[in-house]
Design a protein around this ligand. Structure first.
Ligand code: ATP
Length: 411
């Protein structure tokens, strides 16, 4: 729909016209104006919706930008709180990771609530920013625990082979560990899913957890490294402890490349910290009592960057590549995501799959939502082939300028 303002209709009166003719011209003119008024109202509504959408996109970008710009906070433990008469209160804190001890002044508010042994966040200049209220909180922030994931095998399109591999390596040991014992072999230790973003890796892990009826525990490697500086190794230990508590369970470490990239010779404290986290992960995997009721899965978009140590036998020794869907896969994914939609005549899934070449499952989901938006904008309750065509074009434009596509190409 074009956004241009309709031309003002001519008022075609003539000095020789009779009064009646003039009246007729005016009536016609009025009718045209009424139609134009309606059109403009509709356009205004549409622009208002577009404006809201742009606003929410801008907010999202702002939040992402803020997150990237805000410096990370370090975790430290309070060793001692010093309240000395009229002097402003201070505390001795020990930063996790490098064990540096410093004395820093604290606010009256913090002086009232801090005790030796408390864990706090500190900034670059060791000024105490906040009190962390115990293990449970840190765990809750870093880990997502889902006792009943809402993804089933029917929700996943085009990954039949990958799904079979994952079921064999994860679901079967969980459901019938005794079979492995009988045959005298260990089930694969860890399963690594690798492939471009948005191809359904997380879905696969969740669906297996649901099918095997076990708890799904997700930890994002990037958050671990960004938000919990100095806490990585401890959180990895917590992760395995939590899985023991919640067993049977699947541990899913997303973006594992953030903690398991090839080791560099760099000596910065950040890199050393990441390496400590990795060492903890490896030793937890080597050492955890494998009763068969905890399975470890991980996912990455950057297989090329992974440290060999993580790929050794006994660790992530079952690797499953989850690639962009082929044409048949795309068709299945379109069908899955339009299951609840009112479709107009002529929607041809084969043609949609063809148009959406190079799309990931997430791109297809995005295109389907966008097609629904087109129908709503046009005040229809059925989605037409034309809506899909526009939506696919739009997603192509969006993803071309998206950083994800760079990762995909890099992959
Ligand atoms: P990332 O690497 O970015 O974490 P991912 O591979 O884990 O991505 P998911 O989080 O599983 O991707 O998928 C994102 C969304 O894309 C899903 O919620 C789903 O709606 C859609 N999707 C992706 N792949 C598929 C698929 N094969 N079938 C159906 N939907 C899919």
């Amino acid at each position: 729909m074009s956004n241009s303002i309709p031309e003002k209709p001519d008022l075609n009166t003539h000095p020789n016209m009779s009064a009646e003719e003039r009246l007729q011209v005016l009536r016609d003119h009025y009718r045209k104006l009424t139609v134009q008024n309606e059109q403009m109202k509709r356009k205004l509504k549409q622009m208002e919706r577009d404006r809201k959408k742009m606003h929410s996109k801008m907010d999202k970008l702002k939040r992402r930008n803020d997150a990237l710009q805000s410096p990370p906070l370090y975790i430290a433990t309070v060793q001692e709180v010093i309240k000395d008469g009229d002097r402003s209160p201070a505390a001795i804190v020990k930063q996790h990771g490098n064990n540096q001890e410093v004395m820093t002044s604290i606010s009256q508010k913090h002086a009232g609530e801090l005790q030796a042994g408390d864990r706090v966040t500190v900034d670059d200049s060791y000024s105490v920013q906040s009190l962390l209220s115990g293990d449970a909180d840190a765990r809750a922030q870093a880990m997502q625990v889902d006792e009943n994931p809402d993804v089933s095998y029917e929700d996943i399109g085009g990954l039949a082979e990958e799904l079979n591999e994952v079921r064999e390596a994860v679901e079967r040991p969980l459901k019938s560990h005794a079979v492995f014992q009988k045959v005298g072999i260990d089930p694969p230790s860890g399963v690594l899913l690798h492939g471009p973003p948005g191809t359904g890796k997380t879905m696969l892990a969740k669906a297996v957890a649901r099918e095997a009826d076990v708890t799904f525990i997700r930890l994002a490697g990037s958050e671990l490294v960004r938000k919990f500086i100095g806490e990585g190794a401890r959180l990895v230990r917590d992760l395995f402890e939590l899985a023991e508590e919640k067993a049977p369970a699947i541990i899913f470490i997303d973006e594992i490349d953030a903690i398991a990239s090839k080791r560099t010779v760099s000596k910065t404290s950040g890199d050393q910290e990441v390496q400590r986290t990795l060492m903890q992960l490896l030793s937890s995997m080597d050492g955890f009592d494998d009763r068969g009721d905890i399975r470890v899965m991980a996912a990455t978009n950057r297989y090329d960057m992974l440290d060999d140590a993580i790929l050794r036998p006994g660790r992530f020794d079952r690797r499953v590549k989850v690639d962009l869907p082929d044409e048949e896969g795309r068709e299945q994914i379109f069908r899955i995501h339009t299951r609840e939609m009112e479709l107009g005549d002529g929607v041809d899934f084969d043609a949609l799959a063809d148009d959406a070449e190079g799309f990931s499952g997430a791109d297809i989901e995005h295109a389907v939502t966008e097609a629904g938006m087109c129908a709503i904008r046009a005040e229809r309750d059925r989605v037409t082939p034309d809506d899909f065509e526009k939506a696919i074009e739009r997603v192509k434009e969006d993803t071309d300028s998206d950083e994800d596509r760079n990762i995909r190409y890099a992959y």
